[in-house]
Design a protein around this ligand. Structure first.
Ligand code: PEP
Ligand code: MG
Length: 591
């Protein structure tokens, strides 16, 4: 039952803007299948749940097929025959039902196990046409999973006023959507540095996260107002609220790009040059690199290539994607981060969930554990690096041994391409500094890499042991914690001592007051969502780096995040009156 009275929910506005639209509920994580034990007494009910999902999927497909026939002609509708046939395939259905019975497992799990077995057979077939049929199986399985979840299937082409409401919008789900039509996003979980938030900012889509149980209350089609500035969403607004917002909102899908974007070199008042590079994930963000005059791409989060979960992208497709990235980046080049899979970016849905994914087989560990995946990616990058500069950065290294192992693999791939006389470019190798162990051993890591990238999102998460996507602990996620500042300072120092570059690429770099503090800690290279660049340019061109250094030194001597925040508020306003409006300075939260 839809609740028709006005409901206001507080969360955290993570991407600016106000939007009035209609709810489109989306089950953001259908690809990640959990195993549940089914008691013998409940097995029959579970089987019936599966059969109902098959029936529902069949009738949906039949309707889609009929429509395709009407609108596009028979030639285009045959694809759905293949899908329908799969749903009528007795062997497949029986195998899933048997698996539910014998494993005493939930239908989702049984379906995934059976279909993965089938898919692995298809993936080894030499015939291209037959191998392609594997993707039909994936589509049908996805449809069945959505049917089992009780959700409406999500159409990749969204209606024009869609506000996506989800419990958790995983990166893979975001990457699959046609974001041209998403007006705003509202999710139960997430924080400022969760990937959905990062992408929403990149695309200029207003977003409020951390709404706790909003998803449960919203129904597809409900009217909704997303007001990021007030950290709020309003469901079924009263006519009075609605009218107020109608006049207040520009109701644009995208924040308009500023008319005049400051271009050219950026210097602080005392002449220190600061280089701004772009963080990109999706093709929709590429245009921002030249619009905002970024000095190349500082971070390409390559795992967003694997939008369709469970499907590895071939070397050839990767080669094309990295060539495109190099072209977009131009003469300053691009840094491709090796797949940062694991944690909330699960690639293999059939894998048993880890007990503690953020501390599990994530990032470089995933690559070293699945060496072929790493090798393929390295080959594609080396091949694409023949024109404009492409470099590699290794995500979440623990210490120098992770770097050595990855370098050994890279060297082998360089040799094997050379032996086969395949053209390749020279790539430099950098390390992401994101864990306390990397900070503590930064000196030795600096001696084995060509540059550092400071991933402050994870550095905060791991230094403070606070999940970056869990709204229950959001108050403990303190970017200005002295321990975090210490880690940044130490890493920058290690890079300086060794004479290598260090780019700060976490979300900290795109927040004016934090970026100022970073300059105070000695950072001269920042990488961020392109749309954040104008305000960072403005602020950094108005500050004096020597003063920033003095303030940063004082912050390093503080005992708590509250003390740092209070100091920043006071010193920034006194040193640069008018540059930092109150709203742009850190607010100490009450706990
Ligand atoms: C970071 O951790 O700061 C970072 C840049 O990487 P990601 O946000 O993708 O984890
Ligand atoms: Mg990270």
């Amino acid at each position: 039952m839809s609740e028709s009275f006005e409901i206001r929910c507080k969360g955290v506005g993570v991407s600016e803007g106000i939007v009035v639209g209609r709810v489109l509920r989306m089950h953001g994580n259908t690809g990640y299948v959990y195993r549940a034990n089914i008691q013998p007494a409940d097995l029959e009910q579970e089987l019936e749940r599966f059969r109902a999902a098959v029936r529902l999927s069949r009738s949906q497909l039949q309707a889609i097929k009929d429509r395709a026939e009407r609108e596009l002609g028979k030639d285009h509708a045959y694809i759905f025959d293949a899908h329908l046939l799969l749903l009528e395939d007795e062997k497949l259905i029986n195998d899933v039902e048997n698996s539910i019975r014998t494993e005493q497992a939930n239908a989702e799990w049984a379906l995934k196990v059976v279909s993965d077995r089938l898919l692995s057979v298809y993936s080894e077939i030499k015939d291209d046409y037959l191998r392609e049929r594997g993707s039909d199986i994936e589509d049908v399985v996805q449809r069945l999973l959505v049917s089992l979840s009780g959700e409406q299937p999500v159409h990749r082409n969204l209606p024009e006023d869609a506000v996506i409401v989800s419990q958790e919008l995983l990166p893979s789900a975001v990457a699959e959507l046609d974001l041209d039509f998403a007006r705003a996003v509202a999710t139960d979980s997430g924080g400022w540095t969760s990937h959905m938030a990062i992408i929403a900012r990149g695309l200029g889509i207003p977003a409020v996260v951390g709404l706790r149980d909003f998803y449960r209350r919203a129904r597809t089609g409900d009217t909704i107002i997303v007001d990021s500035g007030r950290n709020e969403v309003i469901l079924n607004p009263t006519p009075a609220t609605f009218a107020r917002y109608q006049s207040e909102t520009t109701n644009r899908t995208r924040t308009r790009m500023p008319e005049a974007v400051h271009r050219g070199p950026l210097r602080t008042l005392d002449g220190v040059e600061i280089r701004l590079r772009a963080n990109v994930e999706l093709p929709a963000e590429f245009a921002g690199v030249s619009t905002y005059d970024a000095q190349g791409i500082g971070l390409y989060r390559s795992e967003f290539l694997l939008a369709r979960r469970g499907v590895m992208v071939s070397e050839e497709e990767q080669y094309l994607a990295y060539s495109k990235i190099a072209e977009v980046a131009g003469k300053y080049g691009a840094i491709v981060r090796l797949f940062d899979l694991g944690a909330e970016k699960q690639f293999d849905p059939a894998r048993e969930p880890e007990r503690n994914p953020a501390l599990g087989l994530r990032a470089i560990r995933y690559g070293l554990h699945n060496e072929e995946i790493m090798r393929t990616q390295m080959r594609a990058i080396l091949r694409a690096a023949t024109g404009d500069r492409l470099d590699i950065v290794l995500p979440m290294v623990g210490d120098v041994s992770d770097v050595r192992r990855a370098r050994r693999i890279l060297n082998q791939e360089v040799s094997s391409l050379a032996d086969a006389q395949v053209p390749q470019g020279q790539v430099r190798v950098g390390a992401m500094i994101e864990t306390p162990s990397a900070v503590i051993t930064a000196d030795s890591i600096a001696s084995t890499v060509d540059f550092f990238e400071l991933g402050t999102n994870d550095l905060v998460q791991y230094t403070l042991a606070v999940d970056r996507g869990n709204e229950d602990v959001a108050d403990w996620f303190r970017t200005l914690h002295p321990a975090v500042l210490y880690g940044i300072n130490r890493s920058l120092e290690a890079a300086r001592k060794r004479g290598i570059g260090a780019i700060v690429c976490g979300e900290m770099a795109s927040t004016p007051s934090y970026a100022t503090l970073l300059v105070g800690l000695g950072a001269t290279d920042l990488s961020m969502t392109p749309s954040s660049m104008p305000r960072i340019r403005r602020v950094l061109s108005l500050i004096d780096s020597t003063i920033a250094r003095q303030i940063a030194a004082e912050c390093l001597a503080c005992e708590t995040a509250d003390d740092v925040e209070a100091l920043v508020r006071e010193r920034f306003r006194a040193s640069w009156p008018g540059v930092f409006p109150l709203s742009s300075l850190p607010v100490t939260r009450k706990r």
